[in-house]
Every structure is written in C-alpha cells, then in structure tokens.
Ligand binder design. Structure first.
Ligand code: PAF
Length: 289
C-alpha cells in the first residue's frame, strides 16, 4: 500500500494505475475504523482493480467543536487495517492540504441539506458535500462507496455528483449492525455502558415501525408517532427526530404505500446517534388502527 498526505503525488500514482487500465474504487472515511468501514473497503476491493482509502476528519462538517475534538482518531491502527483489507493507496491529508490559504468555494445541495440532519446540524452537509466533491475530483474513481447508515449524506452525494457531472458511480453499502442491532458508528465508543445498552432502542424502534407496517398500516404519521413513542420509552434517549420520509427527497410523506424511509436521531448523553430503515408496505389493502 502506498500512503500519501499530498494531493499531487497521489494523483500521479492514480494516473499511473489508470494508464495501466485499472479501475479505481474509492472508500472515503474519517477513520476510527469499525466493521462498517471495512465493508466499504471490501466492497471496493471486490469491484475494482485498485482501491483508494481516504482518512480525513473533515473539520468543516462538524458544526459542534466539542464533537470534532472528541471524534475518535486511530490513524496508527487504521493504516495497517486498510492495507490488510487490500487497499492499494491510502490518502491522509492535513486540513491545510485540503483547505489551503485562500480556499473559498463551497458545494451545497440546497433542498436536501436543509432537512433532518441539516436542520439539526447547520452547515454539516455543506462541509460534507464540499469535501466529497474534492475527494471525487482528486480520485477520479470509477466507483465510490458510502454507508447507508448516513442515508441523507448518501442522497446529498448522489445529488452533487449528478448536478456537477462527476463521472463516478456512487455505491450505497448496507448498514452493518452489532449483534444487538445497534448500527455501527465511530461514535458508539463514546457511549457509557448504560447508554450503549439504551441505544439499541433505535434499531428496535425501526424494526417496530416495519412490524406495524406489516399489519397493513400505511399512514406515515401514525407510524412516525409509534416510532417516536418507542424511543421515548427509553429514559436515556432524547429524541431529535423520528420521521417517515421519501427515501430520495427526504420530505415527509403521508403514506408508505410506495415504500418510505423511517429515520431517527437521538442523543444518549452527549452522543448523538442516527439510524434508518426502508419501510415496505404489507401486501393488500391499507388498514387503520
Ligand atoms: O461518512 C463519513 O465518514 C464522512 O462524512 C465522509 C463521507 C468521509 C466525508 O468526510
């Protein structure tokens, strides 16, 4: 594995790989690898001739300085892991390399960025969209891999690649979960043991939403209300949102008859977690409860 902290030599190495006829898969990360990250790298490995992993805790996507400071960082562990998973190139830029003096451009997917996470974390998606546009431009990859746990981020990235004519295929990779259902996240290590146990309520509430849909309920507001109530039963959870939305636009829907996304965000102490699940309607006519 070749490691780069500067853009120019990375670009030269990638150009050489492309000239040799190799396809390139990009797995952008902020490090502190867990199984979810490894799944992105493995998928990139399986579907491309060469794999680039990027490791950059992007300061511009943190709207809360405390969250940025406490974000887990283990570069000394991540680099050998990336190599063991078959990465050919590792890119670990400094903030100055990504945002040199005079940097003055931002990328915003306007509508999408204002909803859900965007409403709770002003500026977050501008930071994500800008850094991802830069990474996609630097890599010139054939495919780039992003986790579905950050479903809204995935939609923002699909939007910006389409709008800016970036010729990289964006591949969504299913959420990896702990044995008790908790979606893997770098922030999970910040939970106390008690909060960690309580946090499983997010996945069970989402399962519950599908169980309700399985009984024939299609009313999105009713399902969202059940979703919120299930989470609120857990005293350590402070719900930020619990909604049922269109999977692409993330706008609220009235009915799940054509499928919908249940999305939740809640705080457990200082740690804010998100999760989501696609809901499918039960076959047959809708019922009211
Ligand atoms: O999902 C992440 O880890 C980050 O938001 C990303 C896509 C690497 C951009 O910094």
């Amino acid at each position: 594995m070749q490691t780069f902290s500067e853009i120019a030599p990375l670009r030269a190495a990638l150009a050489e790989a492309r000239q040799a006829g190799k396809s390139i898969g990009l797995a952008p990360t902020m490090g502190a690898f867990h199984e979810g990250h490894l799944t992105l790298i493995r998928r990139a490995r399986a579907e491309n001739d060469a794999v680039l992993v990027t490791l950059f805790v992007n300061p511009t996507q943190f709207n809360d300085i405390e969250d940025f400071v406490s974000y887990p960082r283990h570069p000394e562990r991540d680099a050998p892991t990336a190599e063991a998973e078959g990465a050919d190139f590792l890119f670990t830029p400094s903030p100055d390399e990504m945002y040199p003096k005079g940097f003055d451009t931002v990328v915003v997917a306007r509508g999408l960025s204002e909803r859900l996470e965007g409403a709770s974390r002003p500026g977050h998606f501008q930071g994500v969209a800008t850094v991802v546009a830069k990474l996609l431009n630097i890599a010139g990859a054939d495919r780039a891999y992003f986790g579905e746990k950050d479903w809204q981020q995935l939609q923002v990235i699909r939007r910006l690649t389409a709008d800016l004519n970036i010729p990289t295929e964006i591949v969504g990779v299913p959420t990896v979960r702990e044995a008790d259902g908790l979606a893997m996240s770098s922030r999970n290590v910040l939970l106390t043991a008690e909060q960690r146990r309580a946090a499983t309520v997010l996945a069970s509430a989402l399962d519950n939403a599908q169980a309700i849909a399985d009984t024939g309920v299609q009313d999105a507001y009713q399902i969202a209300a059940w979703l919120r109530q299930t989470i609120e039963v857990q005293p350590l959870a402070r719900v930020d949102y619990a909604v049922v939305v269109d999977p692409e636009t993330l706008q609220e829907v009235d009915s799940i008859e054509n499928g919908a996304l249940a999305a939740v965000a809640a705080r457990f102490g200082k740690v804010r977690l998100i999760d989501n699940r696609l809901l499918r309607p039960a076959p047959g006519p809708a019922v009211r409860r």
